[in-house]
Design a protein around this ligand. Structure first.
Ligand code: A2P
Length: 331
């Protein structure tokens, strides 16, 4: 495989550090490697493949050197400013922020679902929202099989999705301390509030799931609704997904399609209390699906339970998989 020059931007953050771990585990073909963050962390050392790398401050000149691919996870405003600079220098940016996801010039990609969209990138490829990524891996094979008519998402999202500060709020809250990141205590609580509230009464997280589902599945008019909830779990998002199809089906067809789907593992043995769990998904790269059952209140519907590690498949692993496809296309 061709070796590339790779930069990680936001390397000191929760997703950034996981980029390093996933790149190591997947033996990503790297020639020169660069780690970048804000001035606050410049000079700090990060270990990668047994070697120490000094964190560079991200500046307008960071991409003057030859870099093929940059994995960005440094927030929306950093991506807004620096991703175009990188792209102008011939770098392909895989961006984990929400900044570019709905831009019609920017592909939004889950490699198991719409890898072909990578080909029309103009220097920036967006990594979808963590909750959207895991849902897509389960919905795509069902859409191919039966045609999806409507989707209802209800999520149970881990605090790690809110970065280091979210994680600390749960740790502190379990010791009786007040929250700093969330507007209410997260310990022993569920917050139906992720990201900001919009004028239509939905949160931005809910609208991201709605918009991004349509873009990734290439269904502009798909009926989708969502309620997203932060729960006192450190790692892995869980989702209840209700799906209505255009065509009738036998439930065995659903099992069959999900069992064959790439990146998806069916865990569904209620007789032995087996179903996907956040604690089991943590640290894994696959998406887990279970509790597969007919929705008896509609003609052609099902309910499923989908769980994945939000920092790995929901962020770092998905971005690294996109980078792997880019390298393959360079050969
Ligand atoms: P730093 O550690 O120097 O602040 P998280 O979401 O887990 O908090 O991580 C955010 C990541 O984005 C960190 O690596 C952080 O670096 C980086 N970051 C934040 N703001 C900037 C910026 N203006 N320029 C470069 N990196 C930034």
């Amino acid at each position: 495989m061709k070796k590339v020059n790779l930069a990680v931007v936001g390397a000191t953050g929760m997703v950034g550090r996981t980029f390093l771990k996933v790149l190591e585990e997947r033996d990503f073909p790297i020639d020169n490697f660069y780690v970048m963050a804000s001035a606050r962390s410049a000079g700090q050392k990060l270990t990668f493949r047994g070697k120490e790398y000094v964190v560079e401050e991200l500046t307008e000149h960071s991409f003057d050197k030859p870099i093929d691919i940059a994995l960005f996870s440094a927030g929306g405003s950093t991506s807004a400013k620096f991703a175009p600079i990188a792209a102008e220098h011939g770098v392909v940016v895989v961006d984990n922020s929400a900044q570019w996801r709905m831009d019609p010039e920017v592909p939004l990609v889950v490699p198991e679902v719409n890898p072909e969209d990578i080909r029309w990138n103009k220097g920036i490829i967006a990594n979808p929202n963590c909750s959207t990524i895991q849902a897509m891996v389960a919905l795509k094979p069902l859409d191919d099989l039966l045609g999806i008519k409507r989707v209802v998402y209800s999520t149970y999202q881990a605090v790690s999705g809110a970065g280091v500060a979210g994680w600390k709020d749960l740790e502190d809250g379990l010791k009786g301390m007040p929250p700093k990141k969330f507007p209410h205590p997260i310990a022993n609580n569920c917050l139906p509030h992720i990201d900001i509230f919009l004028e239509n009464g939905y949160t931005k997280e809910e609208m991201k799931m709605i918009w991004e589902t349509r873009k990734i599945l290439h269904h502009d008019q798909l009926k989708v609704t969502a309620t997203t909830v932060r729960v006192p779990v450190f790692s892995s998002h869980s989702e209840s997904i209700n799906i209505e199809f255009l065509r009738p089906f036998e439930i065995e067809e659903i099992y069959d399609a999900l069992e064959k789907a790439p990146g998806l593992v069916v865990v569904d043995d209620p007789a032995h209390d087996k179903y996907p769990l956040a604690v089991d998904a943590a640290g894994k790269d696959e998406v887990f699906v279970g509790r597969i059952r007919r929705d008896e209140s509609v003609d052609n519907g099902i309910n499923i339970w989908v769980v994945a590690d939000n920092i790995r498949k929901g962020a770092a692993t998905n971005a690294v998989q996109i980078a792997e496809l880019l390298v393959k296309n360079m050969e």
